[in-house]
Write a protein that binds this ligand. Structure first.
Ligand SMILES: [Zn+2]
Length: 441
């Protein structure tokens, strides 16, 4: 609905008229009221120029009381997100009025005053505002063409998450174990029982916390800190002043393939999990919709997904750290839009193939995410080659572009120059060359 309306770009209502509609029809309070209430505005956090944002993630084990409070918090965040979505969509669909982040925040004040949604008051308001901030980012990505129209968050289907800004939690560092300490969330009386698998840099105060519960029912707290990270020395091709570059391809057969032929295979564990997952998926489809047994299988699948993403993240962390250490320029392919289109088209495809595809998509996304921040930390250049570049079909020796190939073709011979290519290595070489060309241009 919202999608088509935005594409056609009808004239938006602005100025006094828009103000009136917002106030009288949509129930968004006026900005002026806020000034008289002496509320301190939320300061956006700017990091010092010589530091980087770094995210540390820890598992924690809530007490029964904390779990209940978090359940309410997650529910309220979801409700506020969905309500904000409805408000923004309706404002545009019915009244042609644009509603932004600040206005949804003012609407939130109104929702909290209403008797039937008074339970919103039990949750920290900065946490709810962050939920509206997430919604605003989702819209931002949609308007830039990077994502689809934001969707409603559903209980048990969407990941539970709540974000606490600096005023939403207390942090007391443990002098005996610097970098660890007591974290107490707003509206909670006891600190979280965090498993400190490692320490934060000593003396830092987390800038922001995110509390999540994954579909396997595990709780995590992600702490964002400002950290001084020293860039690594520049890497040159041995015996020259040229920066060392690497082309990185992500494949179905291997997890990551480099232009020099190095392959990082999928962790063996992942294959076993994938088989188990396929079995559970089949089982799920045999169960009656809405039955207890179906729910049980669904939970098993969720736990397995969580394990799979953990294994994959660990593996990719090892690979990306090594790649960033050993190279100055890193080149990957942009698959984001292609991925979106593919998942939209793939409805009628075989389940197994779909599963492989899902695992592949997730690997690529995670790889790019890790490369992005590690390159920034360590002073490396990341080049993302456009999605129309024919990395697979082009011969890396003579640059002639051949016909399309089925995914099953692992090796091929160039009809033009006779070079024999490994499908994935050839793609990685093409990526490296194209990346260097783009960088020079
Ligand atoms: Zn050739």
């Amino acid at each position: 609905m919202g999608e088509t309306a935005v594409k056609q770009k009808p004239q938006a209502v602005k100025g006094e008229d828009a103000q009136r509609i917002k106030r009288e029809v949509l129930g968004i309070g006026d900005r002026t009221k806020h000034h008289t209430r002496r509320a301190t505005p939320l300061k956006s956090h700017a990091k010092a120029s010589d530091t980087q944002h770094r995210l540390y993630r820890f598992r924690f084990y809530p007490t029964e009381e904390q779990a209940e409070q978090l359940e309410r918090t997650f529910g309220a965040c979801r409700w506020v997100y969905n309500e904000g979505l409805v408000l923004r969509a309706e404002a545009w669909e019915r009244h042609r009025v644009n509603v932004g982040f600040a206005e949804t925040c003012r609407a939130l004040t109104g929702w909290k005053r209403r008797e039937e949604t008074a339970w919103l008051r039990e949750v920290s308001s900065t946490v709810l505002q962050q939920s509206l901030r997430h919604l605003d980012r989702a819209y931002g990505r949609f308007f830039k063409g990077e994502a689809r129209y934001p969707k409603r968050k559903k209980k048990r289907r969407s990941r539970d998450t709540a974000t606490y800004v600096r005023t939403g939690f207390k942090w007391v560092e443990d002098p005996g174990r610097p970098g660890t300490g007591l974290v107490t969330l707003a509206k909670q009386s006891e600190p979280l029982r965090v498993r400190w698998s490692r320490a934060l840099p000593a003396g830092v105060v987390p800038v922001r916390l995110s509390v999540t519960r994954d579909r396997a029912g595990r709780y995590f707290v992600s702490m964002l800190v400002d950290e001084r990270i020293a860039p690594l020395p520049t890497v040159f091709v041995s015996g020259s002043r040229e920066p060392k570059a690497v082309g990185i391809d992500v494949g179905l057969a291997s997890l990551v393939i480099l232009d020099d032929g190095t392959k990082f295979d999928h962790p063996r564990l992942l294959r076993r999990y994938a088989e188990k997952l396929a079995r559970l998926q089949r089982e799920l489809h045999r169960k009656v919709r809405g039955s207890k047994n179906r729910q049980k299988v669904r939970e098993k699948i969720a736990r397995l997904y969580a394990l799979i993403s953990d294994v994959r993240r660990d593996m990719l962390n090892r690979v990306t750290t090594r790649l960033v250490r050993e190279n100055q320029v890193l080149v990957v392919e942009d698959l984001s839009v292609a991925t979106l289109l593919r998942s939209a088209r793939g409805k009628g495809r075989r389940r197994k193939a779909k599963l492989n595809q899902a695992i592949f998509d997730a690997s690529w996304g995670e790889l790019l995410r890790q490369l992005r921040y590690k390159c920034e930390w360590y002073g490396r250049t990341l080049v993302v080659v456009g999605r129309f570049f024919p990395s697979t079909r082009r011969c890396s020796a003579c640059h002639v572009v051949g016909p399309r190939m089925d995914v099953s073709v692992r090796q091929w011979t160039c009809e033009e120059c006779g070079a024999l290519h490994d499908r994935d290595v050839n793609a990685a070489v093409n990526l490296r060359d194209e990346g260097l060309r783009l960088l020079a241009a």
